[in-house]
Design a protein around this ligand. Structure first.
Ligand code: AMP
Ligand code: MG
Length: 209
């Protein structure tokens, strides 16, 4: 049983990468942290939009919701990838996506941090923006290159802190060259993550409780 947390800033293309992983290893479960939080938030706080989570909820409720979501995911058995963010950007500053309590509950074997060129991320967000306006009207804030650079830098720092806290591996994947064909980075990232899972499963004794 291997449990990974995969992190990247919003719009990095994480969902595409995870989709490719399930295509290749259908038995793996993928769970999206934001989806689980939103499920709970819709029942308890009448919040139905994922971007409202970090914008409308008060701090205490948000923290409770985050921990409850972690508990729900911790109950899932089998090989699991948790799709989330190492930090969530708010008007008050960066909020940890994997604070001590949450990462303790999730108890991962490894945290994967995906880094891309900020210009690629901004281009993907623009693409999502036009698509989402049709699909679910999800609007991503328009950021500058420097904003994305800072967001990625702090995400890596927070992912490192989380890995340190629970003594798990931190696996960093960087894609800093421009793609030679569409979805090259997504394809390569999915293969690298599968390789990591397979390596961990081979040495499974070390990943047992
Ligand atoms: P996503 O669809 O992955 O961009 O996530 C949507 C929303 O879910 C984020 O804007 C956050 O409000 C929330 N979220 C996702 N992961 C976490 C986390 N680890 N901690 C707190 N909030 C999270
Ligand atoms: Mg996503």
């Amino acid at each position: 049983m291997v449990r990974l947390i995969v992190t990247a800033v919003p719009g990095a293309g994480k969902s595409t990468i995870l989709k490719k992983i399930v295509e290749k290893i259908p038995d793996i479960k993928i769970v999206n942290f934001g989806d689980i939080m939103l499920e709970e938030a819709s029942k308890k706080f009448s919040i139905y939009d994922r971007d409202e989570l970090r914008k409308k909820m008060n701090f205490k409720d948000y923290r409770r919701l985050q921990e409850d979501a972690a508990k729900t995911m911790a109950r899932i058995e089998g090989d699991l990838i948790i799709d989330t963010h190492a930090v969530v950007k708010t008007v008050y500053g960066y909020y940890p996506g994997l604070p001590s309590k949450v990462v303790e509950i999730l108890n991962p074997d490894a945290i994967v941090f995906l880094e891309f060129r900020p210009e690629d991320i901004l281009a993907r967000r623009m693409k999502d923006l036009s698509k989402d306006q049709v699909e679910d009207r999800r609007v991503r804030e328009i950021e500058k290159i420097e904003d994305v650079e800072e967001h990625q830098k702090i995400s890596l720092e927070m992912a490192s802190a989380a890995a340190n806290h629970v003594s798990c591996y931190l696996y960093v994947l960087r894609f800093l060259e421009s793609q030679k064909y569409p979805y090259q980075h997504a394809e390569e990232a999915s293969l690298k993550i599968i390789e990591l899972i397979e390596k961990m499963k081979k040495g499974e004794e070390r990943f047992k409780e």
